[in-house]
Design a protein around this ligand. Structure first.
Ligand code: FES
Length: 117
């Protein structure tokens, strides 16, 4: 019998139990957490980047050759491609803010500041 591993996605704080070897992208879909992609999960677009702490890095399988080539030194900083990274233990993953949402949030904050004065 295969033991499921708990994958938690931040900042939504949604968790899902998945079988060992499941990609983080597949886990996110099952947990109904949105990770942007464009290449269909073949390490081509780099849009599916997520972050994993050093303490939890061993909860994922070693990076694939494609992931290593694409991310290079970012791997050392805890960046992984969710379409390539496979689960092998309980892990917490942080999804970066959508760049478009970040721009809108910043503009709204500036506008709010202007309205205040
Ligand atoms: S989905 Fe495109 S690189 Fe992961």
């Amino acid at each position: 019998m295969t033991t499921n591993h708990l994958v938690t996605f931040l900042p939504d704080n949604r968790s899902i139990g998945v079988r060992p070897g499941t990609t983080l992208l597949d886990a996110s879909r099952r947990a109904r957490v949105n990770i942007r992609t464009r290449c269909g999960g073949v390490a081509g677009c780099l849009m599916c980047k997520v972050y994993v702490s050093k303490e939890q890095a061993s909860s994922l399988q070693a990076p694939t050759l494609a992931e290593t080539r694409k991310l290079g030194p970012l791997l050392e900083a805890g960046t992984r491609l969710s379409c390539q990274a496979r689960v092998k233990g309980d892990v917490t993953v942080t999804i970066p803010e959508d760049p478009l949402k970040a721009v809108i949030r910043k503009k709204l904050a500036e506008q709010e500041e202007d309205d205040f004065f």
